[in-house]
Ligand binder design. Structure first.
Ligand code: NAP
Length: 502
């Protein structure tokens, strides 16, 4: 058994035994959840789930094909009228119970997440709490969905507006936040009275399967939430996207796949919410508190091993403080402990796949060929597992791939600027518009810069933007729609206006 929570203050499974690991994996249902029943894939296929710290197979889960996906939509469509009629307070109570379950079982769920995804246990546990908070937030929103009543401007008649559930939804989630990206969609769908088919990423199906069981145990009626795990995402989901019973698709993942799904959704003018890729600038002005900027940079860059859509991707630092900032960041990054996420003290786990690790090598090679100087890291330290050292590169050419592409890993590239206009021009020169970070102590500059940034979220003198009570989402090719906050539930509601001749 691992050390106790009181000893480590984080997760009771820190430094778990093999038995602990096996027990949390074995406890998860590995089948498809369709119409309230757990069942294997129609053709009996299974898909392996790997531990990215070793590359070893952890277990197998059902591998759904198109027929299973259609069965899941059949169940969602059949459950929709009854679920829409369920009193909001009951929907709210189910979410509240699931929130409490997630918190009560945070330690085992954190270990499960670390095993399939790789992030350090403390971060996994923080994600479970973050994920649970979406359920709590939307349990509170479920009973506050309302409409409008107005006298028409000319006094002739009355205008009434009501909100109704959109209907059956397809929810597709990525591997980097296996639980929170699920609750951020499932929470508002339940609150609004929508039924759903959920498809988690093939790399991390276990967290979603565990969540589905918790929601069922919390009283969610059969057919409201259906989960299909699959190795053939495109084939499995295609028939749903063109099925007229599906009314909405919510996707979190890469801009590339998002574009394909938007094109597919045109067929039946499906409502879509798209949370796509990012390329966040992290701007440090010469009047910034440099200690705070370095602290914020560590969070904005290294949360989730850099595998976050909101991760700082381009550090833009005023010329007069750039060398100092780079040096301080290099010292902090070099001190991070890299290793298996279950080990005590580890701050940086493995990347999700060998391909992801190899892409870090390619990013660094390209940046250094263009004149960048490696101040920390720059190597893949081990041949087992998909690790990459926390890396800092100074004097980066803004045309280098570390600046133009989404890195999704532990590399911090730095370039300098001479004035505010130049900083803003570089920051906005991207197809992405998800998150941006600004460090300055000048109040006027704060507002000038925040207003000029073409990003859906701005961290002002702080390195984290995520909050269940806030509208999370991007501009430009980072997406459409918002998740969380009051806006989150709107994505799952239709607006109906009644022109009343009274
Ligand atoms: P991805 O390759 O786009 O996959 C995301 C999800 O889409 C997975 O479940 C994947 O299934 C599925 N998928 C892939 N191709 C599909 C298709 N043709 N039809 C239907 N589903 C398909 O992205 P990822 O590598 O997992 O995640 C990283 C990306 O997500 C990054 O770009 C990151 O910025 C973005 N992200 C954005 C946010 C946000 O809120 N804006 C949050 C987190 C992550 P498989 O696993 O089976 O391929």
């Amino acid at each position: 058994m691992g050390r106790s929570a009181s000893e480590e203050g984080v997760c009771r499974f820190l430094n778990p035994s093999k038995e602990d690991e096996r027990a949390v994996v074995e406890a998860v249902r590995k089948e498809l959840l369709i119409a309230g029943r757990w069942r294997p894939a129609t053709d009996g296929r299974q898909l392996p789930v790997h531990d990215p710290s070793t590359g070893e197979v952890l277990c197998h889960v059902a591998d759904a094909g198109p027929a299973d996906a259609v069965a899941a939509l059949d169940a969602a469509a059949a459950a929709q009228p009854g679920w829409a009629a369920c009193p909001p307070r009951e929907r709210s109570d189910i979410l509240r119970r699931a929130f409490e379950q997630l918190i009560a079982r945070a330690d085992e769920l954190a270990l499960l997440m670390t095993l399939e995804m790789g992030k350090p246990l403390a971060e996994s546990k923080a994600e479970i709490v973050y994920a649970a908070e979406f359920l709590r937030w939307f349990s509170e929103e479920a009973v506050r969905i309302d409409g409008r009543y107005a006298v028409a401007p000319n006094g002739q008649g009355r205008l009434m507006v009501m909100k109704q559930p959109v209907g059956p939804c397809l929810l597709i989630t990525p591997w980097n936040f296996p639980m929170a990206m699920g609750t951020r969609k499932i929470g508002p769908a339940i609150a609004a009275g929508c039924t759903m088919v959920v498809k988690p990423a093939r790399e991390t199906p276990l967290s979603m399967l565990a969540l589905a069981e918790i929601l069922s145990d919390s009283g969610l009626p059969a057919g409201v939430l259906n989960v299909i795990t699959t190795s053939t995402a495109g084939d499995a989901t295609a028939p749903l996207i063109t099925d007229p019973r599906l009314r909405k698709m919510s996707f979190t993942g890469s801009t590339e796949v998002g574009r394909t799904l938007i094109a597919q959704s045109a067929h039946q003018v499906l409502r879509v919410s798209m949370e796509l890729g990012g390329n966040a600038p992290f701007i440090v002005f010469d009047d910034a508190d440099l200690d705070a900027a370095v602290e914020g940079a560590m969070i904005a860059k290294m949360r989730n091993i850099g595998e976050a859509c909101t991760a700082a991707n381009r550090f833009l630092v005023a010329e007069s403080v750039a060398a100092d900032f780079a040096q301080r960041l290099a010292v902090r990054m070099s001190a991070l402990k890299v290793g298996r996420g279950t080990e005590p003290g580890v701050q940086v786990g493995p990347l999700i796949t060998a391909k992801a690790r190899d892409s870090m090598r390619a990013f660094v090679a390209d940046a250094t060929e263009r004149g960048g100087r490696v101040l920390a890291g720059g190597n893949a330290p081990e041949d087992r597992g998909y690790y990459y050292q926390p890396t800092v590169i100074a004097d980066v050419d803004p045309g280098a791939r570390v600046f133009t592409d989404e890195i999704f890993g532990p590399i911090a590239p730095i370039a300098s600027f001479t004035n505010e206009q130049e900083a803003l021009a570089i920051a906005n020169s991207t197809q992405y518009g998800l998150a941006a970070y600004v460090y300055t102590s000048d109040m006027r500059r704060c507002f000038r810069v925040v207003e000029a940034l073409e990003f859906g979220m701005v961290g002002l003198n702080q390195g984290i933007v995520s909050n269940p009570a806030a509208p999370f989402g991007g501009m430009k090719q980072s997406g459409v729609g918002r998740e969380g906050g009051r806006e989150g539930v709107e994505e799952y509601l239709e607006t109906k206006y009644i022109a009343a001749n009274v």
